[in-house]
Design a protein around this ligand. Structure first.
Ligand SMILES: *Cc1c(COP(=O)(O)O)cnc(C)c1O
Length: 377
């Protein structure tokens, strides 16, 4: 029996063809037909004006911050309940991340608390130069509220849709609603390029500036002329070939992840104290990972007990993201807390959710899970 992974790459039929094309035509470079085609697919899928493929989602966030003019000592308000990669690029800019806790329904940034954070930071004479909102686990954040606060205070929004490709909010694709959106194609995401990311926006000028800066900020003259600092953040034409094939199967991957979510939900419906996150009204969730919450009545650290049992059977599961305001690396950063993300971290668990899991795999997970609760199988 092979290991059952949380979320492993699921390659289709065409990826290899596009990668081989790159070799055949010698487009083994950070540009080429696969890059162009992949960007076109993303632009169409997200219904945005413009897209730039990049070497990672982290690179995309870093570029977004640069383009929005985040300077050293500025404050960037960031959802606390997320992967550290959402906030690390703020430090690359010499700016300070300030963390904002989540609300209960979507597990994403609490608009009320965001508002308080802006007002207090401005009162302290801090320049709040961007807001990073995350659609964690593919569940859309409360964007209407967040966008209206951003407008009120005239602060740009970076939408971290790294986990939310294919999710929608009031019919709008996640990633397409902020001033800029970022995507990730890391190996564990809903589709992958082995490693990669993208910046998307309806502001074409901003993406064109990003394109230049991501290619060492070279000026359009025959020799190497640089008026500003650049980065080498482009996506390789080889990796874009993988992405091109993956885009063709994205909707199937989403359908399968949603099916897996429903399967677990049905199987565990009789286990008192195990709950699943509802799909918020007017949203469509890609269900990147199936997450559950375990009631405290069932015991403290029950999530860890389950994880260890599954691990002993070579099944990978994982606690939810540890809030960034509780991470040692961010210990000096301000935070606006309400206890929600700390509670989610205490009680939550991500179950194996990859679209390539077999029915057999899923049955094994359910069998081992129910064993812990002394349930009939
Ligand atoms: C994966 C991820 C990122 C970073 O993407 P990389 O491509 O791994 O750099 C950023 N934010 C969130 C929420 C993620 O899950």
């Amino acid at each position: 029996m092979s290991r059952i992974w949380l979320s492993s790459p699921h390659i289709g039929e065409k990826e290899r063809v596009y990668v081989e094309d790159a070799f055949k035509t010698n487009w083994v470079a950070p540009l080429g037909p696969n890059v162009t085609a992949f960007e076109k697919q993303l632009t169409a899928y997200l219904n945005v004006k413009s897209c730039l493929s990049l070497s990672s989602g982290s690179a995309a966030i870093h570029l977004a911050l640069q383009l929005l003019g985040v300077k050293s000592d500025d404050v960037v308000l960031c959802q606390s309940f997320t992967f550290a990669a959402s906030a690390f690029p703020v430090l690359y800019c010499g700016a300070r991340p300030v963390f904002v806790d989540s609300e209960r329904t979507t597990w994403n940034i609490d608009p009320q608390l965001l508002r308080e954070a802006i007002i207090e930071q401005q009162r302290k004479n801090k320049k709040v130069s961007a807001i990073i909102v995350v659609h964690l686990y593919g569940i859309p954040a409360k964007m209407n509220e967040v966008l209206s606060i951003a407008k009120e205070f005239n602060i740009p929004i970076i939408e971290d849709a790294a986990e939310a490709l294919g999710s929608t909010y009031h019919q709008k694709p996640c990633g397409s609603m902020g001033d800029v959106g970022i995507l990730s194609f890391n190996g564990n995401k809903i589709i992958t390029t082995s490693g990669g990311g993208a910046l998307v926006s309806n502001n074409e000028a901003l993406i064109e500036r990003a394109r230049k800066i991501s290619a060492q900020a070279r000026e359009p003259v025959a020799y190497y002329l640089h008026n500003e600092v650049g980065f080498n953040y482009r996506l390789s034409n080889i990796c874009a070939g993988i992405g091109r094939g993956q885009m063709e199967v994205l909707n199937e991957r989403i359908a399968r992840r949603r099916e897996i979510f429903e399967f677990y939900k049905k199987e565990f419906q009789d286990i008192d104290g195990v709950t699943f996150s509802e799909e918020p009204a007017n949203t469509f969730c890609n269900r990147w990972l199936t997450t559950i919450l375990i009631d405290e009545r069932l015991g403290k650290n029950k999530n860890e007990e389950i994880r260890l049992h599954l691990e002993s059977k070579d099944i990978e599961s994982r606690q939810l993201w540890k809030p960034l305001h509780d991470q040692p690396v961010f210990k000096d950063c301000d935070a606006y807390e309400n206890g929600v993300s700390a509670d989610l971290f205490q009680r939550g668990l991500c179950l194996p959710s990859g679209s390539n899991l077999t029915e057999e795999d899923l049955k094994t997970v359910v069998y081992e899970f129910k064993k812990i609760f002394g349930r009939p199988i």
